[in-house]
Design a protein around this ligand. Structure first.
Ligand code: DQA
Length: 143
């Protein structure tokens, strides 16, 4: 069975509390359950992890090398400035899809730019939880 690592960056653990008009009322455990259900339907194995710490995400990406077949990542705020996350994704060179719950292009200008998307097959944004399921589906077909 194909193995996909789903990584979430800073403040994604605050879903259900943070800016509900943007991110919705459902909490982080609900997102994890949604991802597991989507993975089961696609017949792929997923491991879901979240960190508020840039270096921890870099380590998790590095550790995916040789262990996972692909990555779905919502780097959250790191999307917009983390060259360390970009370099880690480039280093492991695993097929990766970037996901954002909100439509980053319809928000503040500083959110329009993703530095991490350059290391990804593609980016899905603005579709809420569904973006993760679509990213898993695309990756499952790709790997
Ligand atoms: C986000 C968008 C980012 O701009 C923001 O910093 C986040 C969440 C999203 O999922 O919509 O924390 O990645």
């Amino acid at each position: 069975m194909k193995k996909i690592l789903v990584l979430n960056g800073p403040n994604i653990n605050m879903l259900g509390v943070r800016e509900k008009t943007i991110y919705g009322k459902l909490d982080y455990p609900a997102l994890c359950a949604y991802i597991q259900k989507a993975a089961a339907a696609l017949n792929v194995e997923v491991e879901v992890a979240q960190s508020n710490v840039e270096g921890e995400l870099v380590t998790l990406i590095q550790q995916a090398y040789g262990k996972f077949d692909g990555i779905v990542i919502n780097p959250a705020a790191f999307t917009h400035y983390s060259i360390a996350v970009l370099d880690a994704l480039k280093a492991v060179a695993l097929p990766t899809i970037e996901v954002h719950l909100s439509n980053i292009h319809a928000r503040e200008e500083f959110r329009h730019k993703s530095v991490t998307a350059a290391a990804c097959l593609g980016q899905i944004c603005g579709l809420g939880f569904k973006g993760y399921a679509l990213a898993l589906k695309a990756l499952a077909e790709e790997i």
